[in-house]
Design a protein around this ligand. Structure first.
Ligand code: DQA
Length: 158
């Protein structure tokens, strides 16, 4: 089982940018924690960050046939990108979107969300801990997929 974590624009600036909103933790630290949880659970994990919309679309497309789940913080593109939404819909993988801040309690334009309707679930407003919650959710989904596959194999053998 493989999970791909996709990070959008300016998330490479975590730990520097608007610490009052996003906190002091760096992206590398968040990823190190997620990697730890993945290895404890025997799951492969890959990380990708880009400031470019097209690169994010390419990465989502690459997940097709390669990964079983996506954790994505599309950052500002969440509010604007039909292309990222369409890519998520196209690959049709379990996807959990994360927002460090509570986008529903901020500026009006952040309430517009192109991504949420094509995601399995959203985690917002927990700070960097939201990535850990998303990992827990995704591991649960992976377990359910695996259990369903095993049940199917048993049924085919009967
Ligand atoms: C964000 C929220 C977005 O509105 C913003 O543009 C970001 C980060 C978050 O994680 O809280 O860059 O996705």
């Amino acid at each position: 089982m493989k999970i791909v974590v996709i990070q959008g624009p300016n998330l490479n600036m975590l730990g520097v940018r608007e610490q009052n909103i996003y906190g002091p933790m760096k992206l590398e630290q968040i990823h190190a924690q997620m990697k730890e949880v993945a290895s404890q659970n025997g799951v492969e994990i890959e990380f990708f960050q880009s400031n470019l919309e097209g690169e994010l679309v390419d990465k989502i497309q690459e997940c097709y046939g390669d990964a079983q789940g996506i954790i994505i913080n599309a950052a500002a593109y969440t509010h604007t990108s039909i292309a990222i939404r369409d890519a998520l819909a196209a690959v049709n993988l379990p996807a959990i979107e994360v927002h460090i801040s509570n986008i529903n309690r901020r500026e009006e334009f952040r309430k517009e969300n192109m991504i949420a309707p094509v995601c399995t679930s959203s985690v917002v407003g927990f700070g960097p801990f939201g990535y850990h919650l998303a990992m827990m959710g995704m591991l649960q989904i992976m377990n359910e997929i695996q259990a369903a596959q095993e049940a199917q194999t048993v049924q085919q053998q009967a």
